[in-house]
Design a protein around this ligand. Structure first.
Ligand code: G6P
Ligand code: MG
Length: 223
């Protein structure tokens, strides 16, 4: 692991780290899955975290043994339907969707001169950041439509450092998904995971929730 003093930037996942939007994604997928006759489970919900829209749909169809049941055109319609469900849920989102301690942490990072980028697989991430008035904290964002491979591939977090003009070892990546932690580790950055330690055990540092995400706690964990 890098030393705390080496760190110059933070690369953030969005859904489930900054905003409580993972529940909206899950709800929107569940609506579609049940319509297609696929049983929704907690394991399926976990497997979808951090995964792109089309890859999520493939995982859902596979879970229901329906991977060969639909044409590409039908799949596109399903993915659009999920996104419409999701955008409808987002309409009800206000500042209370900012996860505990995140506003304070972002303010603290800015005050201490750290550079911040966003490495979210979501095409809706600019909308979410704007709606929560958090866009001002981020110097850069990786556009997920330009990626060859999604999480767990290291590409998105490697790009998250590049867009800040930083080396991987100068960056901390923050994630709530197993696939995201794998991406951070593969990029050679320090991984901070938020959530269940049994699922996220590959991370360098694990906090149970975002309220624990402070510079002081990170410094202590890196010592
Ligand atoms: C994030 C979420 C996933 C979501 C993906 C794509 O990684 O954790 O649940 O499927 O973004 O989001 P989008 O808004 O582009 O469908
Ligand atoms: Mg996430």
């Amino acid at each position: 692991m890098a030393t705390f003093e080496q760190i110059k930037g933070f690369i953030f996942d969005l859904d489930g780290v900054i905003a409580d939007t993972s529940v909206y994604h899950a709800q929107a997928w569940r609506q579609l899955a049940e319509k297609l006759g696929v049983t929704w489970t907690d394991d399926l919900a976990d497997a979808l975290k951090g995964v792109s829209r089309m890859d999520s749909l493939e995982l859902i169809l596979k879970a229901g043994g329906k991977e060969a049941a639909y044409t590409q055109a039908e799949k596109e319609v399903f993915a659009t339907e999920k996104n419409t469900n999701y955008l409808n849920l987002l309409k009800g989102m206000d500042h209370s969707a900012i996860l505990p301690g995140i506003a304070e942490f972002l303010t603290d990072l800015k005050a201490n001169g750290y550079r911040l980028s966003l490495a979210s697989a979501s095409k809706n991430s600019p909308l979410v950041l704007e709606q929560l008035d958090l866009a001002q904290y981020f110097q850069a964002r990786v556009d997920p439509t330009t990626l060859k491979k999604g999480k767990p591939d290291p590409e998105i977090f490697a790009r998250g450092a590049e867009v800040l003009g930083l080396k991987p070892e100068e960056c901390i990546g923050v994630e709530d998904a197993k696939a995201g932690v794998a991406s951070i580790n593969g990029a050679g950055e320090t991984s901070v995971a938020i959530g269940d330690a049994t699922i996220l055990k590959a991370a360098d540092i694990i906090f149970a929730d975002t309220a624990q995400l402070t510079l002081a706690n990170i410094k202590k964990a890196m010592a």
